[in-house]
Design a protein around this ligand. Structure first.
Ligand code: IP8
Length: 250
């Protein structure tokens, strides 16, 4: 049973301060993942390691070689911290940098060399991916968000659990988390669902939902939950709906 888990950058970093990790949270998250580590592909957001440099270099609107290098190096540094925390928690894992194994076309994943990820899973190694910069066959370069990655991986691996941990209790409507959302409800509530409060170049909750609704169209449900609440990550990995379930309209 493959499980695809995303932990948002808002949990792992202070998104209001450039290049600021939250080491205690990284350790806590790693320990929770270590309680159910089998067949998990982890994707983490870029947080203040990605969105600040991306904004500074006006990515993805401008093609800027130095901007790509700096932004990638910053997110790779966050990935290193996550990999190290997981290793200390007893999880065998390896970093997989999207920049080096996928190609975008018009901002969408066009090809993705996933064989190493599959081999890692077969051999008891957790692949750790992250939001990244990526080359784009149509527009030179762009950004691939963690949300885009989980939707792609969920489909490609036919994942049984797709869980997206953010810093809110799910998809909020009138201040409360919806228990379930499909395209039908989305069209009604979408104006109330915002982007991100911080320096975010990839679309916040709305961007997340659009990716996951595409996945739901293919028959793969997912859950958006609050990964800042202790215990939720472990429960989400067990397949519990600890937030809002994104599904297909009946
Ligand atoms: O934090 C964004 O990934 P996300 C990646 O998952 C960059 O949206 C480089 C800003």
């Amino acid at each position: 049973m493959t499980r695809v888990l995303k932990i948002g950058g808002s949990i792992l970093t202070d998104k209001s301060r450039e290049l600021t990790a939250r080491p205690e949270e990284i350790t806590r998250v790693a320990k929770e993942i270590a309680s159910h580590p089998d067949d998990v592909v982890l994707v983490h957001g870029a947080g203040s390691f990605g969105h600040f440099p991306a904004k500074k270099y006006d990515l993805p609107h401008e093609f800027n070689r130095a901007g790509l290098r700096v932004t990638h190096n910053c997110v790779a540094r966050l990935c290193e911290k996550v990999v190290e925390a997981l290793s200390l928690a007893g999880v065998e894992c390896l970093p997989v940098h999207p920049l080096s194994c996928l190609l975008l076309r018009d901002g969408r994943i066009d090809s993705f060399f996933m064989e190493p990820i599959k081999e890692m899973l077969k051999n008891g190694i957790m692949p750790v991916l992250h939001g990244d910069v990526a080359m784009d066959a149509a527009g030179k370069a762009a950004i691939v968000s963690g949300d885009h990655l989980i939707a792609y991986l969920g489909k490609a691996l036919q994942a049984e659990v797709v869980a997206v941990g953010s810093n809110v209790d799910g998809v909020l409507f009138s201040g409360r988390p919806l228990s379930r959302i499909t395209r039908k409800e989305f069209s009604v509530v979408q104006s109330a669902i915002g982007g991100s409060a911080s320096a975010d170049v990839t679309g916040g909750m709305r961007g997340k939902l659009l990716e996951l609704l595409d996945l739901a169209d293919l028959g793969i449900d997912s859950v958006i939950f609050n990964a800042g609440i202790e215990g939720n990550i472990a429960r989400a990995l067990k397949g519990e709906c600890v937030g809002t379930r994104i599904g297909r309209a009946n």
